[in-house]
Design a binder for this molecule. Structure first.
Ligand SMILES: *Cc1c(COP(=O)(O)O)cnc(C)c1O
Length: 455
């Protein structure tokens, strides 16, 4: 007996994603439209309330710089699914690699019967990450899992246990990474107790603390020396530009000073480049802007064009210190995800996306500077490449989370996907796919300007 499955009619009528999708903002219903509303009702009845959604619209296709929803609305994408689809949605290099692999085999488990795609991704990351020392790589499924494993390696290698993270830092939602993450709501509240021996050092936040990089580093190092002691610290972990914490770019010299202190004290310097990696900031990795060479680097988000993959790449003597079987997992470095990563790496190269990120920064700075001249509530414009943000303040210069929420909501209703962030919830971040057109990007920022003017 054969069984046929009828595709739902809205799926059958859906456009294909990828770069050939019409590149325009077009609203044909209110946001959300009726089909999205019906799906939201089903979600409420079926999906845990703990899994929130920022916008109540359901995607059916995406590519270039747009996301098309189930009601036929075409939205400008300034989020890239949180800095994931740097190469764009459904990039042909990625889809071709995935289709080819999914037809050959879908899983054997690399730790049982390995396959070459895993090794090829490791070779590529060893080549592409900062520094020309000998490196090794291990692959995982998510950013949080990469962070967990970097900490495991650092503790094993040094024989020490304390770990230092920074104010405003975000490193994930598993137990260890919640402990490393700074912000209570929504990431940690009610989920403790957290793993022990984690400490938080002051971050360099030039807009708020006015310190030079050297001064901010001295403050953090003083705290680590006096409150913990270098002889107990296995690792410091830091995002070269903070993501969820507010796109905080530390003052020049802060990261190199921390790296030098770590190197001098047998402390493993871990750069969490889960959000900043893969051409996002105009370099392959944000550490490169100041010539920082991390001992270990954690990667995920932009690595595989949207498929779940993560990595730790680091000094060979650290990564090879661990006994066989100490690192791994059932799915880590899944063959479809590694094929997608190899496709994405081709796309970064062939579309020259490093240069594109630099061009996008120029456009974003141009538009945001014009906005700021009209609106003093834009306290700060910061970021690098296609990772830029505005920090919104009230008349007294205090963080204005209410205004930020209203501006984001206005953008959503007008068909522009923008994300907020920041410990005080007062930062609007721009993370467009590097495949977005100049016109769509400018239009998206124009809508942010209209939202500010209306609020
Ligand atoms: C998103 C993020 C993580 C966690 O990655 P997941 O894939 O969501 O587990 C860790 N670190 C940083 C800097 C991130 O932005």
């Amino acid at each position: 007996m054969s069984m046929t499955i009828d595709a739902p009619s809205e799926t059958a009528a859906s456009p294909l994603g990828g770069p050939s999708l019409p590149q325009r903002r077009e609203l044909v219903t209110s946001i959300p439209g009726p089909k999205s509303e019906a799906l939201m009702a089903r979600k409420q009845a079926a999906v845990s309330a703990g899994v929130g959604t920022m916008m109540p619209v359901y995607a059916v296709a995406a590519g270039g710089g747009v996301i098309v929803d189930v009601d036929g609305n075409s939205l400008i994408d300034l989020g890239s699914g949180i800095a994931v689809t740097n190469v764009g949605n459904a990039d042909p290099h990625v889809t071709a690699a995935v289709i080819e692999q999914v037809q050959r085999f879908t899983h054997t488990c690399f730790t049982i019967t390995p396959y070459d795609g895993y090794v090829e991704v490791a070779e590529a990351l060893n080549r592409l990450t900062p520094g020309d020392h000998a490196k090794r790589t291990a692959l995982f499924n998510s950013g949080a899992e990469a962070v967990e494993n970097a900490i495991k390696v650092a503790r094993y290698y040094t024989g020490k246990s304390a770990v230092v993270a920074f104010d405003h830092g975000y490193h994930g939602r598993t137990n260890l990474t919640m402990g490393l993450t700074a912000k209570a709501m929504p990431y940690k509240a009610g989920f403790g107790p957290f793993a022990p021996d984690i400490y938080r050092a002051p971050m360099s936040y030039p807009y708020r603390d006015g310190l030079s990089g050297a001064e901010a580093a001295a403050r953090a190092i003083h705290m680590m020396d006096r409150q913990i002691g270098a002889d107990r610290i296995a690792a410091i972990i830091i995002e070269p530009i903070q993501g969820e914490g507010g796109f905080v770019v530390p003052a020049e010299g802060f990261l190199p000073a921390l790296q030098a202190w770590a190197n001098a004290n047998n402390v493993v310097f871990i750069a969490d480049e889960v959000q900043t990696g893969f051409a996002r900031t105009g370099q392959m990795f944000a550490s490169e802007h100041e010539g920082v060479v991390p001992d270990l680097i954690t990667m995920a988000k932009g690595i595989a064009g949207g498929l779940p993959l993560a990595a730790v790449t680091g000094r060979a003597e650290m990564m090879d210190a661990v006994h066989a079987g100490g690192l791994g997992g059932t799915y880590g470095g899944n063959p479809i995800a590694t094929a997608a990563a190899l496709g994405a790496l081709k796309a970064y190269d062939e579309h020259d996306l490093l240069a594109r990120a630099v061009e996008l920064e120029a456009i974003i700075r141009d538009e945001l500077t014009t906005l700021q001249a009209r609106d003093g509530r834009i306290g700060d414009i910061r970021g690098r490449g296609a990772m830029m943000a505005i920090e919104l303040t009230d008349a007294e210069g205090k963080p204005d989370a209410a205004l930020t929420a209203k501006v984001a909501k206005h953008c959503h209703l007008e068909g522009v996907v923008v994300l907020t962030c920041g410990t005080d919830g007062n930062v609007i971040r721009l993370l467009p796919p590097l495949s977005i057109s100049d016109e769509l990007l400018r239009e998206g920022i124009r809508v942010i300007g209209e939202a500010l003017a209306a609020n």
